[in-house]
Write a protein that binds this ligand. Sequence first.
Ligand SMILES: [Fe+2]
Ligand SMILES: [Fe+2]
Length: 194
Amino acid sequence: MITMTPKLKEMLDELKLSNAETFYHSLHVKNLCCKMIRLMNEDKVTNYTPVEIDAICKGALLHDIGKLMVKNFILTKDAALTSEEKEKIRLHTKLGFEAICDELADNEYEIIKNICLYHHERIDGKGYHGKTDLPQYVELVAACDVFDALHSDRVYRDGFSYSKTFDIIESGGSGYFSDYIIRYLKKAAAEHIE
Ligand SMILES: [Fe+2]
Ligand SMILES: [Fe+2]
């Protein structure tokens, strides 16, 4: 079971009020990620313990909490971003972790830290900071993140269909993901959108 301190609950409530799109995106990513881990564990592709699964799902829920610290007009801008604006958005990873780090328990700290800081990194080095040695669960959350970002409606465009979303993911349009991660993402997403 995922437990939240009062401050974390407050931050999520604030996100819901100030940026509902990111709040619901975070919920979708968490739900999709939980499904994906369950499927992978069932097939013995992974062997995450219940405590690790809770931490990963909680990390998925909090992965974009740093967007609270980024101005809404940048997040929802329907035009090309300036390099300064892009840099501000990139900071949501670090700002998010810094905002929640004191609220995390010892047994979830490392996992949630890695998810907040590295969910925009890609194993081929084409992410925010070119980091390639990512824990498997970070790649897993990142794949769910990309799926939901493409598939859900955004303020500036309608969401892509399931098949178009996977065309983009499989062609590397959102950065490279391992084949087995894409395979389980497909399975989980098919259940998720039923
Ligand atoms: Fe993010
Ligand atoms: Fe996200």
